[in-house]
Design a protein around this ligand. Structure first.
Ligand code: ATP
Length: 433
């Protein structure tokens, strides 16, 4: 298992434009993060990869995109108003607030001050709809994307021509007023989720649960994360959420320990039944073949996009000792790397040729980047830190042999490739790395 200084990764994220502290010029705001030019591309690529595998490549999962603010009754039905809480403790002296499970003794860990009793704190962000700010206008920013999938179950069923078993997927922002945001973006107050609810006949719940656990674990390998740093952890009976019959988390080994990336949960008919009860609407399913009417059971896969991105970065991060220096490199998979190929001219006289090559590759659909500000060695190092798998150098020989040097980020080996075969050659390299 890889151990490294997590702070080095955080500073690389800032230095290269992956992730910035939100509102940094005003001193920052705890638990909120902004993605820079490389970060936003990496995020898009991971989200795309999820959508591709979960929706586009399947005929039994459809997508949707709901509002962030839903009817407040949604959150009564789901149980969030009543029980989406963390017990918290305040210090009477320094006024700092802690999650009860973070406190070991009976004194404040920061100033040794006296502590209050634990109180329940609801993690949903509140807001008001319209001009009046009384309790009748109160609403919440969604703390998960899943509930709008349940409230739209009938709409999607009636319009998509799907039959049980089938799934509904969505990605989007969720908000939780975490008491103690920490570990960079790992625990934030605003984050993005990638969730899929798979509706099954009650008799098939185990089969589909097993299927989705396997399938989700495989997905992380497609994003380039090494299998040996991942594990599955089944929740004990005591730990299970009130709605869940069974939950298995996918966990990753971070420098701050094993942590959850995703939960796969057998939610039974909890959510649909609660929405039937609270809305008075019939959300059951009628099977045209067996003539059976039933409330489907649900297998949920619930992943965090920001957490996955952090995992992809942590897993790719490496400091390699070379003869004269230490090379910092991100071994990002070409499937998610923000830049797949960087193009440099060896000399400023070759600028136009190199720019044309970069523009041709971009038109072919590759994610490219042109740079000529610095010596080739420095340009390589910059791209190593950006996680770019391949760099091309256009030199004086290129004018004669119509070929360029392709440098492999991971092996640092170079090879000469004819420009006419370049796109196919690069696509093959992407497939095999
Ligand atoms: P935790 O125990 O870490 O608070 P959870 O079990 O409450 O997480 P879920 O409600 O299952 O998390 O949410 C599903 C996924 O959403 C998590 O696996 C995680 O990837 C992501 N997620 C949840 N809370 C946060 C957060 N505060 N910041 C970033 N991602 C989050």
């Amino acid at each position: 298992m890889k151990e490294f200084d997590f702070n080095q990764l955080i500073s690389l994220c800032k230095r290269r434009g992956f992730i910035f502290q939100d509102s940094e010029i005003y001193g920052g705001i705890n638990g909120f993060w902004d993605y820079g030019p490389l970060g936003v591309e990496l995020k898009r690529n991971i989200r795309e990869l999820w959508w591709m595998e979960m929706v586009t490549k399947r005929n039994d999962v459809v997508g949707m995109d709901s509002s962030i603010i839903n009817h407040p009754k949604t959150w009564e039905a789901s149980g969030h108003v009543e029980s989406f809480t963390d017990p918290m403790i305040d210090c009477k002296n320094c006024k700092k607030r802690f999650r009860a499970d973070e406190i070991t003794g009976d004194k404040c860990p920061e100033c040794d001050g006296e502590l209050t009793e634990a109180k329940q704190f609801n993690l949903m962000f509140r807001t008001h709809i319209g001009a009046s700010a009384d309790s009748s206008s109160e609403a919440f920013l969604r703390p998960e994307t899943a509930q709008a999938i349940f409230t739209n179950f009938k709409n999607v069923l009636d319009t998509s021509r799907q039959k049980v078993p089938f799934g509904i997927a969505q990605t989007g922002k969720s908000f939780r007023n975490e008491i103690n945001p920490r570990n960079f973006t790992f625990r934030s107050r605003e984050f993005e989720q990638m969730e899929m609810e798979f509706f099954v006949h009650p008799s098939e719940r185990e089969k589909w649960f097993e299927y989705w656990v396997e399938s989700r674990l495989d997905w992380y390998a497609k994003a380039g994360i090494k299998k040996e740093n991942l594990k599955l952890r089944e929740h004990s009976k005591e730990e299970l959420a009130h709605y869940s019959a069974r939950t298995i988390d996918v966990e990753y080994y971070f420098p701050f320990g094993w942590q959850e990336l995703e939960g796969i949960a057998d939610r039974g008919d909890f959510d649909l039944s609660r929405h039937i009860e609270h809305s008075g609407k019939d959300l059951s399913y009628f099977d045209p073949f067996t003539q059976e009417k039933f409330v489907p059971y649900v297998i949920e896969t619930s992943a965090g996009l920001d957490r996955t991105l952090l995992t992809v970065l942590a897993d790719a991060y490496d400091e390699e000792k070379l003869e004269e220096e230490t090379r910092t490199v991100l071994h990002l998979s070409p499937s998610v790397a923000p830049i797949q190929v960087a193009v440099f001219p060896l000399h400023k006289k070759l600028k136009e040729n190199a720019e044309k090559l970069e523009s041709d590759l971009r038109k072919q659909g590759l994610r490219t980047f042109y740079d000529d500000r610095g010596a080739i060695g420095r340009l390589y190092r910059r791209q190593d830190e950006a996680g770019t798998p391949f760099c091309l150098t256009f030199d004086f020989d290129s004018l004669e042999d119509n070929a360029v040097t392709v440098r492999n980020r991971d092996t640092m080996q170079q090879e000469r490739v004819n420009i006419s075969q370049l796109t196919d050659h690069l696509r093959n390299l992407f497939k095999n790395s």
